[in-house]
Design a protein around this ligand. Structure first.
Ligand code: PLP
Length: 383
C-alpha cells in the first residue's frame, strides 16, 4: 500500500488525461485548472512528447550517473534551454526536482562566496528537503524538523527597508520571482531593481526560484524577464519535464564550475540529466518556442480575471499571466469552493500556506471555451 501525505487527499482515480482534461476510472471528466500545480503547461498527453520519449528509450535510457558520459540528447536539451536565457548564463546543471535544484543552488552559493548566510522571503516556498525547507517560511510546517540549515533569515517582499539585512555576510538571496505558495505575490519593479543592486553591492548571489513561475507561466519563458534584471542563478523544475521529473540550475560557468574541485564531485546525482527526461524536456522546449506566446498567456489570464471579477464574494484576484490566486473571506469558503468545483468537474487547488485563497494555474494551452466553462462553474459556486 502507498504511504499518504495527508488524511484528506482529493482522491481522484485517474485513468487518462488529454489536453486540458483528466478522465477518471468511472468515466467522469474533469477540466484541469491546476495542471498538476504548474506542471502540464503544454497540456496533458502530448503526442510529440510521447514520440520523443519512445525514440530515446529505443536508443538508451540510463547509462551512467550524471556528468561522466557524453549523451547527445542531454547536450541538446542544455543548449536548447540556454537559448531562453541571457548569454551570461551559459551552463545548466540537471537534477530531478525543484527542491534538489534549490539544494544545489544553496551549495553553489556557499562555495562561490565562501559565506553561509541565506536571506529568503516571508511567504517563500522552495521545497521539502531540509535545505529548501530551511529557506521556506511556513513555521508550522518546519516545526517538527528542526534543526534545519542554520544562518537563514526572512525579509519582507517589497519592503525596501529590509534590504539592509543583506550584508557582506550574505551568500545568497533566494526569491521566487513571483511567490507561489504565498498566494501569488508580485514584486514591484522598483523593489526588484533595488534588490539586484544591493546583492551586487555586497557580493551576494541573487538566486531566483522559477520552479513554479517559470516556463511561460507568467508570460515570458522566464518570469524575471518582466523586471529587466539578470539574476546570478535560476532554478526551474515542474513544467520543464513535460510530465517527467526534473529540476535544473542555470547560471554562469564560473559559478557552476566551483563544485568541480576542492573537493571534486561537490554535488552529484545519479538520475539528474536522465536522457529520457531530457528528450521530453527538449521536445517540450521546441513546442514551447513554436506555440506559446506571452501575449496569449496574458490575454487568457485577463479573460479569467475579468470574468471572475464580477463575482462579489471574491475579495481579491492576484495574477501574473496564468498564475492566479483567488482570495475569499475564509479558509472554509475556499475548502467548499474547491470540493464543490471537483463535484462539478472542475479542478482547483489550495495553497499550502495561504488558507484564504485558492490557486488557478491551467495549462497555457487552455482554450477560451474551456476558460469560460471553468469560470462559469466557479461563478455558480461562489454566487
Ligand atoms: N520551488 C517552488 C517555487 C515550488 O513551487 C516548488 C514546488 O511546489 C518547489 C520549489 C519544489 O519543487 P519539487 O516539488 O519539484 O521539489
Amino acid at each position: 500500500m502507498l504511504a499518504g501525505t495527508s488524511n484528506h487527499p482529493l482522491g481522484l482515480k485517474i485513468a487518462t488525461a488529454k489536453g486540458s482534461y483528466l478522465y477518471d476510472s468511472e468515466g467522469l471528466t474533469y477540466l484541469d485548472f491546476i495542471a498538476g500545480i504548474g506542471v502540464n503547461n503544454l497540456g496533458h498527453n502530448i503526442e510529440r512528447i510521447n514520440q520523443a520519449v519512445f525514440s530515446q528509450m529505443k536508443l538508451h535510457s540510463h547509462v551512467m550517473v550524471y556528468g561522466e558520459y557524453e549523451q547527445n540528447i542531454v547536450n541538446q536539451f542544455a543548449e536548447n534551454l540556454l537559448s531562453f536565457f541571457p548569454e551570461t548564463m551559459d551552463q545548466v546543471y540537471p537534477l530531478n526536482s525543484g527542491t534538489e535544484a534549490n539544494e544545489a543552488a544553496i551549495k553553489i552559493a556557499k562555495r562561490y562566496t565562501g559565506r553561509y548566510e541565506i536571506v529568503a522571503f516571508k511567504g517563500a516556498y522552495h521545497g521539502n528537503t531540509s535545505g529548501s525547507m530551511g529557506i521556506s517560511s511556513n513555521e508550522l510546517k518546519k516545526e517538527g524538523y528542526r534543526p534545519l540549515i542554520p544562518g537563514s533569515q526572512f525579509i519582507k517582499l517589497n519592503f525596501l527597508e529590509d534590504l539592509g539585512k543583506i550584508t557582506e555576510k550574505t551568500a545568497a538571496v533566494f526569491l521566487e520571482t513571483i511567490q507561489g505558495d504565498a498566494g501569488v505575490r508580485i514584486p514591484d519593479q522598483k523593489y526588484f531593481l533595488a534588490l539586484r543592486k544591493r546583492c551586487t553591492e555586497v557580493g551576494a548571489l541573487l538566486i531566483l526560484d522559477e520552479v513554479q513561475c517559470g516556463y511561460g507561466r507568467t508570460g515570458n519563458f522566464n518570469a524575471f524577464e518582466q523586471f529587466n534584471i539578470i539574476p546570478d542563478l535560476v532554478t526551474l523544475g515542474k513544467a520543464l519535464g513535460c510530465g517527467l521529473p526534473i529540476g535544473v540550475l542555470v547560471g554562469s560557468s564560473k559559478m557552476l564550475s566551483c563544485i568541480k574541485e576542492n573537493p571534486e564531485l561537490g554535488h552529484i546525482t545519479t538520475f539528474g540529466g536522465n536522457p529520457v527526461v531530457c528528450a521530453a524536456a527538449n521536445e517540450g522546449l521546441n513546442i514551447f518556442r513554436e506555440t506559446i506566446s506571452p501575449e496569449e498567456t496574458n490575454r487568457k489570464g485577463l479573460l479569467i480575471e475579468n470574468t471572475l471579477s464580477a463575482i462579489p464574494s471574491i475579495k481579491e484576484i492576484r495574477r501574473n499571466g496564468l498564475m492566479i490566486g483567488i482570495e475569499l473571506d475564509s479558509a472554509e469558503m475556499v475548502n467548499n469552493c474547491i470540493l464543490e468545483a471537483k463535484n462539478k468537474g472542475l479542478l482547483l487547488f489550495w495553497f499550502l500556506s495561504t488558507p484564504n485563497s485558492f490557486r488557478i494555474s491551467p495549462p497555457l494551452t487552455i482554450s477560451d471555451n474551456e476558460i469560460k466553462k471553468g469560470c462559469a462553474i466557479m461563478k455558480s459556486i461562489l454566487s
